[in-house]
Design a protein around this ligand. Structure first.
Ligand SMILES: Cc1ncc(COP(=O)(O)O)c(C=O)c1O
Length: 382
């Protein structure tokens, strides 16, 4: 009999809600992916590279031209130079980068601190390395870091703290002052940071992303993870990257080379071409997604859902207390899908133990205008 190493892991809510949306014909605002395609030039470039025979293994660290484009993007976005050869690694998705970084950092008995609600891959990655997650809830209603609780959660066994900004599911942003506080908190301790910044370019209302890449003290003990999937509307390509100081990168690569060895070659060629030809794509993203957020929120303004506009990511939280306070959020998400034809994600699934009275669901607004209009019409009738 095989005894599970992850006894608490089952089918995720993302798979379940997408499946339910499919079965019921509901509009799927649950799982986080666009219902439109990535740029045509990018897709054409993949086809071209496949046809021109760039179909064999790429270097373990990632295609040099793509790593250089990432370094150039980092320099433009954050004003810092990160070395393409010794600090940047291309991975098959941000998830693989997170997994490898965790394996590099965590030994049996170690603790990793996660800020709930958090992305679902962190905890299994820690458990597979023999570690344990300590859950610290973010403070409601703004999903801000509760510094006292975070400080109290640190023990001599703490080896890692996960950050995620812009934050899934809330859209909350960490500020430069938050990064300074964290740096102060872990100064002199043997604690590293995994900074999940996959939504780094999805920030609204003129705000700027406070990246760990641009915080020298924190960066020296960090793995900073991002995803081409989010930035170029191609989540199914599962291609990402991780940036870390040379010594940390060297350890991560030892693991990455035996988990996957390399990313998908023609995708990397295409991304390198597209990034070189269209640096403006990244600059245009905030306005592109803010228009979607605002359309969705404007259309929901007359509904019985209440919300504050998401400062980042392509997710919008909505409180349904005025509609079905009797339902917990999992039941609410199912009810919305079955009875009202819109699939959403309950927020409690991102928690170890969510507040009892939490009545929040998450909608993904990375959708065509027509999809958002149809969904909002249904939600306004609830
Ligand atoms: C917070 C967060 N981190 C990581 C990922 C995974 O990115 P990738 O698809 O590149 O593995 C996601 C995807 O939804 C996410 O929301």
């Amino acid at each position: 009999m095989l005894v599970s190493k992850l006894p608490n892991v089952g089918t995720t809510i993302f798979t379940r809600m997408s499946q339910l949306a499919l079965e019921t014909g509901a509009i799927n605002l649950s799982q986080g992916f666009p219902d439109f395609d990535g740029p045509q030039a990018l897709r054409e470039a993949v086809a071209r590279h496949v046809m021109e025979g760039r179909n064999q293994y790429s270097p373990m660290t990632g295609l040099p031209s793509l790593r250089q484009q990432v370094a150039a993007k980092i320099a433009r976005s954050y004003g810092v130079q990160r070395d393409a050869d010794s600090e940047i690694t291309i991975t098959p998705g941000a998830t693989e980068a997170i997994f490898c970084a965790v394996q590099a950092l965590i030994r049996p008995g170690d603790e990793a601190i996660v800020l709930d609600p958090c992305y679902d891959s962190y905890e299994p990655s820690v458990e597979l390395a023999g570690g344990r997650c300590v859950h610290v809830p973010l403070a409601l209603p703004d999903f801000a870091v509760d510094w006292q609780r975070l400080s109290d959660a640190i023990s001599p066994r703490t080896r890692l703290i996960f950050l995620n900004s812009p934050h899934n599911p809330s859209g909350a942003l960490l500020t430069r002052a938050d990064l300074d506080k964290l740096a102060e908190l872990i100064r002199g301790r043997d604690i590293h940071v995994i900074s999940d910044e996959v939504y780094e370019h999805l920030i609204y209302d003129g705000q700027r992303h406070a990246s760990v890449l641009a915080h020298e003290e924190l960066y020296q003990r960090a793995f900073v993870v991002s995803s081409f999937g989010k930035t170029y509307h191609v989540t199914g390509w599962k291609t990402g990257y991780v940036v870390a100081p040379p010594a940390l990168t060297a350890e991560l690569r030892k693991i990455h080379q035996y988990v996957n060895f390399c990313g998908v070659t023609p995708l990397q060629f295409a991304l390198a071409d597209f990034m070189a030809a269209h640096p403006e794509h990244v600059e245009e993203l905030p306005a592109f997604y803010q228009a979607k957020r605002d359309l969705f929120c404007d259309l929901l303004a007359g509904s019985r859902f209440t919300f504050t506009r998401a400062p980042g990511t392509y997710f919008q939280l909505a409180d349904y207390s005025a509609i079905r306070p009797d339902l917990d959020d999992v039941a609410m998400a199912e009810w919305l899908t079955r009875e009202h034809g819109v699939a959403a994600i309950p927020v409690s699934v991102f928690y170890q133990s969510a507040p009892e009275d939490m009545r929040l669901v998450r909608f993904c607004f990375a959708k065509r205008e027509e999809t958002l209009r149809q969904a909002a019409e249904k939600l306004s009738a609830v």
